[in-house]
Design a protein around this ligand. Structure first.
Ligand code: HEM
Ligand SMILES: *[C@@H]1O[C@H](CO)[C@@H](O)[C@H](O)[C@H]1NC(C)=O
Ligand SMILES: *[C@@H]1O[C@H](CO)[C@@H](O)[C@H](O)[C@H]1NC(C)=O
Ligand SMILES: *[C@@H]1O[C@H](CO)[C@@H](O)[C@H](O)[C@H]1NC(C)=O
Length: 522
């Protein structure tokens, strides 16, 4: 009996050693991290970040010292349990990889994008020719006409927000957690993509009227699905959805409501396009949704399956609002702390707004500093924080550190482009922990690296810039932002405490709760 146990133990130990050795070999013994659990596995991610477990937050929490103090452009992570992967903190490496990624032989592995493809294949998750087809259909919806609409809707929604919150006659308002759904930036961002991309005119929602039990509105369902339940949906078995646990029931309810809503939108749009019913006047021809639904009638290079239309609807709604909302919340937080930068933005906005009319999308170019504040916040908290790629061919890149030379990524291996590390790398961004908008003055669109690079660069970059510029112009015009300092802390201490916390909403990375004090400018 004892011998059997000992033999088994020995065999197991031998297997583990062999297995681990082959993992090390698969990344060519590149130095790096050797944790017990992979940060990309569900167990590793569920455990908090601590000295033995990188968890979900290692790239943020250890951002000052990761990558051997940024002396290694690429490291490997070889966990005892889970798959090995390369990680990079290098902007030059990112650019080399993404410049012509399909030619080089890079793909987004379905395993790494499953949270966004649950509803169907889409622009964010597809590869190769399928990706090209999706991009060809969705891309042309992003035009100046769309951006004009984005500006007008953002302006209108700002007014709705102020009215719903009953701020019009207030001299001072304290806002707790500006990024929480019912309080503003998150709801604004969702409404803008819904209205401008999908022609869905949802009314501004009062925080107190809706509960999960009644007929669930589209916005509530989407919010639930994307912000709260996606990770659970991926790990919990199907049968558990029906257990008599309230939270699980609500989750199931949200998911099925979302499916019903999305099917109904498609149905309505299809009828409208076929002339069976009248479209509303506000419906923009050529918006994302019109293009998606029209594509259902074609096949081949210009066609989409219904499941792909649903997939894109979800992906664009999701990529189009969590990201913007997180960066906007961070921008407001930083502006409230850095009064001098806020004053500069206020002066810029006042000068740009002519007395007799509002601004429009074409005025975005005048708001250089205001946009730089947004870009700098997106550098601090890059909403797309991990860009995963798998190599389907051997790929060689040039590196300069730790020693000048090349690194060959073998076919079959995986790399995570660590956007937090890239944007906190002191080689690229000196004093990375200092929020300094002037870094972005005069930087070309092409070098706004937090939107990615190459052919798969963010399709919504201009969309989000117009939206942010408009929202900030209106908000800062009417309100002076400030913070409430606790127990005699300095502004620096406040910044460290509040702006050092992060969270994931859905899979978008961003700042934790931000409280603001608003003082009326009028
Ligand atoms: C501050 C806001 C945003 C940030 C920081 C951001 C960031 C990014 C990044 C880094 C990528 C590249 C992903 C990769 O290469 O793996 C990306 C792609 C994408 N983004 Fe954004 N994004 C933002 C806003 C938006 C908005 C508003 C939309 C939609 C209206 C959008 C839609 C997309 C789509 C569809 C892709 C995939 C493009 C493709 O693969 O062809 N994003 N985004
Ligand atoms: C869109 O607007 C921008 C700036 O307002 C302008 O530079 C550009 O030429 C316009 N593009 C088209 C296709 O009209
Ligand atoms: C690496 O450097 C070599 C020589 O300078 C150059 O020919 C090659 O194109 C570079 N590779 C990449 C991926 O940029
Ligand atoms: C770490 O990540 C989790 C999940 O995203 C989040 O709830 C938590 O606040 C994060 N902690 C820090 C210190 O960023």
């Amino acid at each position: 009996m004892l011998t059997a146990v000992v033999t088994t133990a020995c065999l197991l130990a031998a297997y583990c050693t062999w297995n681990y050795a082959s993992k090390l070999k698969s990344v060519n013994y590149l130095p790096g991290m050797r944790p017990p659990l992979s940060a990309l596995s569900i167990f590793g991610a569920l455990m908090p970040t601590s000295w033995w477990n990188p968890g979900l937050n290692w790239s943020w929490e250890w951002r000052k010292t990761n990558y051997f103090n940024y002396k290694h452009e690429v490291i490997s992570m070889v966990p005892l349990i889970g798959q090995p992967a390369y990680y990079t903190c290098s902007l030059p490496v990112m650019k080399q990889l993404l410049k012509e990624e399909s030619k080089l032989g890079l793909i987004k592995h379905p395993e790494m994008t499953s949270a966004v493809s649950i509803w169907g294949q889409n622009l964010l998750t597809a590869n190769g020719d399928v990706w090209k087809r999706h991009r060809r259909i969705v891309g042309p919806a992003f035009t100046n006409k769309t951006y004009d609409l984005v500006w007008r809707q953002a302006a209108a929604l700002y007014e709705d927000m102020v009215r719903a919150a009953k701020w019009e006659n207030e001299q001072m308002v304290t806002v707790r957690n500006i990024n929480q759904y019912t309080r503003s930036v998150r709801q604004i961002a969702l409404m803008i993509i819904s209205r401008c991309g999908f022609g869905l005119l949802m009314p501004w929602k009062d925080p107190n009227t809706e509960t999960a039990e009644e007929e669930m509105s589209f916005s509530t369902a989407l919010e639930w699905v994307s912000a709260t339940t996606i990770p659970w949906r991926l790990v919990l078995p199907r049968w558990s959805y029906r257990l008599p646990i309230r939270w699980l029931r609500n989750m199931e309810h949200a998911w099925s409501s979302l499916a019903v809503h999305m099917n109904m939108f498609i149905e309505t749009k299809a009828q409208e396009l076929a002339g069976i019913i009248d479209g509303d006047d506000h419906v923009q021809r050529g918006d994302i949704f019109t293009r998606l639904v029209t594509a259902m009638d074609s096949s081949g290079k210009t066609g989409l399956e219904k499941q792909e239309v649903i997939g894109n609807t979800f992906a664009l709604m999701f990529a189009g609002h969590e990201t913007t909302a997180n960066v906007l919340a961070a921008t407001l937080g930083f502006l409230a702390i850095h009064q001098d930068e806020q004053e500069k933005a206020y002066q810029e906005i006042s000068a740009a707004i002519p007395a007799d009319r509002g601004l429009g999308a074409e005025d975005v170019a005048k708001l250089t500093h205001t946009l730089a504040c947004f870009h700098e916040s997106a550098r601090m908290f890059p909403a797309g924080n991990m860009l995963p790629r798998d190599f389907i061919d051997d790929v060689t890149v040039n590196v300069t550190s730790p020693t000048p030379g090349t690194i060959v990524f073998p076919k079959g291996s995986r790399i995570i482009i660590d956007m937090v590390a890239i944007h906190h790398n002191p080689e690229t961004f000196p004093d990375p922990d200092v929020w300094r908008p002037s870094r972005w003055y005069g930087v070309s669109e092409h070098d706004l690296t937090m939107f990615g690079a190459g052919p798969r660069v963010c399709v919504g970059r201009k969309f989000t810039q117009v939206e942010a510029a408009c929202f900030l112009a209106h908000f800062l015009r009417d309100w002076k932002l400030d913070v409430e300092l606790c127990n005699g802390e300095t502004r620096e201490q406040h910044e460290e405490r509040v702006m050092g916390i992060t969270k994931l909403t859905g899979i978008a990375f961003g700042v934790g709760p931000v409280d603001l004090k608003l003082i009326a400018r009028k």
